[in-house]
Design a protein around this ligand. Structure first.
Ligand SMILES: Cc1cc2nc3c(=O)[nH]c(=O)nc-3n(C[C@H](O)[C@H](O)[C@H](O)COP(=O)(O)OP(=O)(O)OC[C@H]3O[C@@H](n4cnc5c(N)ncnc54)[C@H](O)[C@@H]3O)c2cc1C
Ligand SMILES: *[C@@H]1O[C@H](CO)[C@@H](O)[C@H](O)[C@H]1NC(C)=O
Length: 432
């Protein structure tokens, strides 16, 4: 027996199959069903929205509080295509949809400019989304892995599932996500399917992933975190010439891990490292300003402090954690010195280690820990008004499978809601 969802009446809204029941797929399902389509979501894992559940430390940072498309998103596709997509649904309207239509009460985290569910429960986000879909009649079929798509004579598409069964619909939405966290069901099958049907795929790379590397002075600083680190990426800064000054610097939290570094400041720049490693292009230089204070501020502190104070104690006094202060002083060769004893060259070396520390790295944690995937289907191969493929008629794409990701802060879900809505709305529009 194989279900057949092709609509027989020409005026009826087309039937829609959504492959992938994540944030983007569920949003597409909601908007397609709202237009009157018969919608089926095919999700390969046991339940929809698994990534929503683990997101934001199980609190799910659903949206950012403000967006600057050029600053907050990364794509190798055209920036104007990206802007056109964002112009379709403002942050304010998207937030109102989550609150009014999905029924999710939101709370802000002002210091990080993020929205979370007021309940702090990612499960509530997932359950309300699924509930809104099923209220509109969406059928969610789990343990249904789409392995191939083929076009039917006379329009429409057939999905071949892993268990050998098939199902058919007038329109398809591909919302299979990226390659990150393969344990969650996302392994790039969608990329292979649409790639095999003629889409070009921008080479993928793990993004928002921790880096591996040696800690200052070779010491073990795992567990230590700082909250106002200003991390610069030299290559990114050069590539982004012409952008507003200072945009490449992220002043945010930094964490020493057992194998290297993490925290938003590191994750937000990690793609410049993974991309370069993956493609064999020159590696960017990462420079950390541990407290975000300027060189001039540190110079003034050095002048003002009593000459008898020890160098590590001066660093601690101004907020550097003890273990890091010791490591930096050891590297600068000034551990057992008093401020008054420092030679000019030693002072300069110390200032550099405080404000432009060259962060060593030799790898990254890959897809296993990457929050998202960079690269994917280029925006030039979709119609930015509808998310319909320019290669495969009546196939719409949305979410992480596209060549776009955002930095930490709710930007990736914004992308999923935004493109899911466009894809679902337009997949449900009847063809002439
Ligand atoms: C640990 C972690 C924390 C995160 N926290 C946040 C956060 O707080 N805020 C934020 O904005 N972003 C966060 N992200 C990123 C965010 O989760 C993703 O950007 C978002 O989930 C992408 O949505 P999507 O629907 O495109 O893909 P996904 O959510 O990955 O959904 C794709 C779905 O498709 C299914 N699928 C794949 N292939 C097939 C197939 N062949 N057949 C059938 N089904 C298939 C998968 O099982 C999956 O359910 C986080 C990511 C991770 C990993
Ligand atoms: C949600 O988490 C934030 C940050 O930890 C906290 O300030 C807030 O009180 C929590 N809200 C609820 C309802 O638990």
């Amino acid at each position: 027996m194989r279900p057949r969802f092709l609509s027989s009446v020409s005026k009826a809204a087309p039937s829609v199959i959504i492959t992938g029941g994540g944030a983007a797929g569920l949003t597409a399902a909601y908007f397609a069903a709202l237009q009157g389509s018969q919608v089926t979501v095919l999700e390969r894992t046991r339940e929809p929205g698994k990534k929503v559940l683990i997101s934001g430390g199980a609190r799910c940072n659903v949206l950012p509080m403000e967006v600057d498309v050029q600053r907050d998103f990364v794509t190798e596709s055209s920036p104007s295509a990206l802007r056109a997509i964002f112009a379709s649904w403002s942050l304010e309207d998207c937030k109102r949809w989550l609150e009014d239509d999905i029924g999710l009460a939101l709370a802000t985290e002002e210091e990080n400019m993020k929205y979370f569910p007021a309940s702090n429960s990612s499960r509530e986000v997932r359950d309300r989304l699924v509930g809104a879909c099923t209220n509109l009649g969406v059928r969610i079929q789990c343990k249904a892995s789409v392995e191939a798509l083929s076009s039917l004579p006379g329009g429409g598409w057939r999905c071949s599932l892993g268990d050998g069964s098939h199902c058919e619909a007038d329109s398809i939405v591909v919302a299979t996500g990226g390659l990150s966290f393969p344990k969650m069901g996302t392994d790039g099958t969608g990329h292979r399917i649409v790639g095999g049907l003629g889409h070009s795929i921008k080479p993928v790379y793990p993004a928002l992933t921790p880096l591996k590397g040696r800690h200052p002075a070779g010491s073990q600083l795992a567990g230590l975190s700082l909250y106002g680190v200003d991390l610069h990426c030299a290559a990114a800064a050069a590539a982004a010439k012409g952008k507003k000054k200072g945009q490449q610097a992220q002043r945010s939290a930094f964490l020493f891990t057992h194998r290297g570094y993490s925290g938003p400041s590191v994750l937000d720049l990690s793609h410049s490292v993974t991309m370069a490693l993956e493609r064999g292009t020159p590696l960017p230089r990462l420079k950390a300003n541990w407290l975000g204070d300027s060189r001039a501020e540190w110079e003034a502190r050095m002048v003002a402090c009593p000459g008898s104070s020890s160098v590590p104690s001066l660093l601690r006094k101004h907020g550097l954690p003890q273990r890091l202060a010791e490591a930096i002083c050891a590297e600068a060769g000034v551990s057992d010195r008093r401020m008054a004893e420092l030679r000019k060259t030693e002072r300069v070396a110390l200032l550099e280690k405080l404000t432009e520390y060259p962060l060593e790295y030799d790898g990254h944690e890959g897809y296993a820990k990457a929050e998202v995937t960079g690269g994917g289907v280029p925006l030039s191969e979709v119609d930015c008004r509808t998310m319909e493929s320019r290669v495969l008629p009546r196939v719409h794409l949305c979410g992480e499978i596209l060549d776009v990701f955002g930095r930490i802060g709710g930007f990736n879900f914004y992308w999923a809601w935004l493109t899911g809505r466009l894809a679902g709305m337009h997949a449900a529009q009847s063809v002439e």
